[in-house]
Design a protein around this ligand. Structure first.
Ligand code: COS
Length: 391
């Protein structure tokens, strides 16, 4: 049976997130965008009301929410401000590989500390010469006795300047391609960890994006996540788990753009009637509404599959590709509905258009999602994964 009814708990959490987005995010969103202000106080408030670390299991102090509920939260935060929302949700990327591959001790320490205080963690995969092509990374980790020594540089790291620790991917066998990558958890305050360049971005300007360098950083061998040389799969399994949420955030951006555009179309008068009376505008509004509804259905299905313990790689890429592209299209059309005013910073929609663009880029470009979809539908293959869905 397919039933789209949410539980009372899911409805309550969605309302909490919407209320938070309305009261804490919307009033500052455009100002934070203008000044590229990092939302420190909002992070603390979100942590206090329980809107962070959605999927950290209860045994490590987290709320252990299901993935569908996580998507409900992320849509509301994306509606409020996706730059601030990204700052709030990014812990999920760093913690999924720990939940999937960390020992009990590592989970207690690194998942636990995020639930004990409003701390942040970052996912360090991308490098200047290894973006979509993950296995082209150059960062390396060499085992020396009971330690690994890490060298390399990671770029485009969300919350990089503010993180307490990093989940870092590095080559442990340079000759083995994707089968020579391992994942580690690395404390920020270790010697040799430096936060370098902070990026000045087109959109999502309230989020922090930095380069992090590792120069002879020594970490205990037990900070290896999962098995040595199995880090690539851990990264892919992580993205399967985070793409539903980030896609939900794209739906939130699209919904915001749609609401602004449809309200404006009922107020703006041209040729003697509100522009909403013109079919040219109605068709744009109709297409926006359909895209939002369809994207949300893909998002929910990609989350529900995870909640059912099923592999969701295909649906996760369907959701990310469609929701990201739809957010961009809807935001561009919202600017069109506003006409020349849409291009002016005094009006709300140009920010949404700039914010939407990153959705087609981060956590795998829309082209990478198509590549995954094509492989999954043309050459489906069995992939071994741990049974746990709560990661
Ligand atoms: N879950 C588990 N295992 C997976 C998997 C998944 N979702 N996807 C791939 N794998 C496994 C494959 O089964 C294969 O296993 P074997 O070693 O047993 O053969 C291995 O991983 C390599 O897979 P593949 O051949 O598909 O690797 P490619 O190098 O061709 O890369 C893409 C695949 C392009 C999809 C991958 O590099 C990718 O997702 N890139 C985008 C990265 C990204 O999103 N970056 C954003 C940074 S985070 S903000």
């Amino acid at each position: 049976m397919v039933d789209f009814t949410l539980t009372d708990e899911q409805k309550d959490i969605r309302e909490l997130a919407h209320d938070f987005a309305t009261k804490e995010m919307r009033p500052v969103a455009w100002e934070f965008d203008k000044d590229s202000t990092w939302p420190e106080e909002i992070v603390k408030k979100a942590w206090e009301v329980g809107l962070m670390n959605n999927h950290i299991p209860e045994e490590y102090g987290g709320p252990g929410l299901d993935y569908l509920t996580g998507c409900l939260i992320e849509e509301e935060l994306g509606w409020g401000c996706s730059g601030i929302g990204t700052s709030l949700m990014c812990n999920g990327l760093a913690t999924a590989p720990i939940a999937l591959g960390g020992s009990d001790e590592i989970k207690k320490s690194y998942l636990g500390r995020l639930t004990e205080g409003p701390l942040l963690a970052s996912f360090c995969l991308t490098e200047p010469d290894a973006g979509s092509d993950v296995s082209g990374m150059k960062t390396n980790a060499v085992k020396q006795g009971d330690k690994y020594v890490i060298n390399g540089s990671k770029c485009f790291i969300t919350n990089g300047s503010h993180a307490n620790y990093y989940t870092v991917y590095a080559k442990t066998d340079k000759e083995a391609g994707h089968r020579g990558i391992s994942a580690f958890v690395v404390d920020r305050d270790l010697d040799g960890v430096t936060v370098d360049k902070k990026e000045d971005k087109l959109g999502q300007r309230a989020s922090n994006t930095a380069t992090i360098s590792f120069n002879d950083v020594e970490i205990p061998a037990e900070n290896l996540l999962g098995e040595e040389n199995k880090g690539f799969k851990l990264a892919m399994m992580t993205l399967d788990r985070t793409r539903p949420g980030v896609s939900a955030m794209a739906v939130g951006i699209a919904r915001a753009a749609f609401e602004f555009a449809s309200d404006y179309s009922k107020e703006r008068v041209q040729f003697g009637v509100p522009i909403a009376m013109h079919q040219a505008i109605q068709f744009m509004i109709a297409d926006m509404a359909t895209k939002i509804e369809a994207a949300r259905l893909l998002v929910w299905k990609s989350g529900v599959l995870l909640d059912q313990g099923q592999r969701n790689t295909l649906l996760s890429s369907h959701a990310k590709r469609f929701a990201a592209d739809s957010a961009m299209e809807v935001a561009v059309d919202a600017v069109q509905v506003y006409g020349g005013y849409g291009f002016i910073k005094e009006y709300p929609v140009e920010k949404l258009m700039r914010d939407a663009k990153i959705m087609q880029l981060y956590e795998g470009t829309s082209q990478i999602q198509r590549l995954v979809i094509a492989r999954e539908v043309l050459m489906p293959r069995r992939v071994e994964e741990p049974a746990t869905a709560a990661a």
